[in-house]
Structures are given as C-alpha cells and as structure tokens.
Write a protein that binds this ligand. Sequence first.
Ligand code: 9Z3
Length: 315
Amino acid sequence: MSSISELGEDEFNSFFESSPPLKNKEEIVHKLNSFIELNSSSRGRRIVCVTSGGTTVPLEQRCVRYIDNFSSGNRGAASTENFVKAGYAVVFLYRSGTCQPYCRSLPDDPFLECFQFPDNTNIQVNTSHAEAVKMAVMDQQAAVAEARLLKLPFTTIYEYLQMLRLIATALKDVGPCSMFYLAAAVSDFYVPWNSMTEHKIESGSGPLDIRLAQVPKMLSILRTTWAPKAFCISFKLETDSKILIEKAAKALRKYKVHAVVANELSTRKEEVVVVSSSGNVVVRRDSDKPESIVEDNLIRLIVDRHSTYIKESHS
Ligand code: 9Z3
C-alpha cells in the first residue's frame, strides 16, 4: 500500500492551496459537465482529453517575464482531428495562441493572408487559400455543432494543473471509456506563488538568482487518484535519441500509464515510438503520401489499444 506522501498528494494539496485560483472555474465546470452529459450519458461516446502546447512559469505575480516549454501545439491539434474522425468527443486543453484543430493548413496570419476586398465592401477568400479556409471553417463548425469538440485554453502551469484536475473529476464516471492523451509540454520546475515577487523584477542590480521548485508529478496523481479507470497515454520528449526509449520505459513503469509515446525533437513529425508493456512499436508517417502525418497512424493504434482496454475492463 503506498503512503499519501509517496503518491505526492500532500505536495499537490500545497501546490493547489498556494496557486492563484482559476478566474472562470464555474464556467469551465459548467461547460465540461454539459459536454460530458451530452456525449457520454445520452450518446455513449468515448471521451478523450487531449492536452496541447507548453505551460508557462511566471517569474512575477504581475507577470512580465516567464519561462516557457516548447510546443507548437501541432501534435495536439492533429491528434484531436483524428480522434474526432474516429468517433470520439474531445476536450482540447490547449495553450492559448498555439495551433488549433482544423487550422494546420492555414498560413500564420490567416486574417491578413487569406482574405481580400476586391470592391472595398465585399470580402473574398484568395483562391490559393480557399480550400484550406473552407475545410477549416466547415470541419471545426461541424465538430462543435455535433458536440464533439470542447476547447479550453490555459497559459500557466497553475491553470493547466487546476484545469486538468477539473477535467479528470468531471470524467470520473465515464471510467474506461475516457482517455487522457497528454501531449502538452509541462514545466518540471516552477516558482511557488507565495515566494514570487509581486512586481516586475528590477534589472539594475546585476545577475538574477531564482530558485525553482519541482512541480509535483501530475502523472502519479492522475493515475492513482484523479482518474484511475481512464486509459492514459503520456509523452516523452528528448533531444538525445540515445536515452529516449530508456526514459520512456522508465516513465511507463513509474507512472503505470498504458503507453508512453516517445519522440525526439528533430524527428517528431516523422516518427514516434509507442512504448507499452506489450513491446515497442515504431509509428511513421507514410512518406510516399505527401499529405500523410504521423498522427494518422498513431491515433489508429491508440484507438485500437483503447478498444482492447475497454473490452478487458468489462470482462
Ligand atoms: C510531446 O512530447 C509532444 O509530442 C511535442 C509535440 C511537444 C514534442 P508540437 O507541439 O510537439 O507538435 O510542436 N509532449 C510531451 C512533452 C513533455 O513535456 N513530456 C514530459 C517529459 O518528457 C512528460 S509529461 O518528461
């Protein structure tokens, strides 16, 4: 039997107690409960929480400076599209300003690059972007109209962890039909709110010393307490390919997630390795098809594994 402190529950309690509270908590809970009610109770759909983008660590309470974790949000957005296609309802927990589902083919500044006013009144889409705009608008509107997509933005590590806990709590009754697909790049270190300066750090007094505390291990508490029955996929990102698989296998054993998707920064769009107790599977983009992305094959495999998990949970 694990003790409370081994599970990190006390670290989490003090992390949450000292976090600035979410500004729109009631609204988020209301949106989540309605979304889950519509999908799970009435339609019996599987629900996946896809996390995407990097969390920030503020250095000042009135934040001017922050530490960021790299993630464009492409993986999360592409995976969300594939989960919707596979029949799932998706809670997309994403970093504000990162890549959005159905928008991956649009230019960086769609408003300025996709549209024109030929006669100064009517708006028109440039022909070069017409198909991409049409698909983005139609697919996104269809996903929302069919209650298959709920988008919830975060910025800081404080917001991310509080929102993830709300989602896990709301999904508890969905049990094995729920999934967590944790592609967000989450800070390992942070400045505790209580020890953070309120105002902008002065720059005139030489080098800056900051002591960062370790963020409590979210994966342990998610698996043991927040959502023990959910199917759980975590990600491992490394820049040194020599240690990647070993680190992913270690995370699999430590957190007892159902699979760890291992990816190396420079090749992450070409291939990933799904590490699980049934062995390691290399998943690649179909390089002979220009439109193909690694998430097409990855989500197919994950959905398959989830189906087996649901069957085994019911038997
Ligand atoms: C990932 O490894 C994602 O696949 C990427 C996707 C962030 C590389 P992009 O958003 O890239 O498409 O540009 N996410 C998890 C990264 C992470 O922080 N993992 C932690 C770790 O490696 C575990 S939760 O220790």
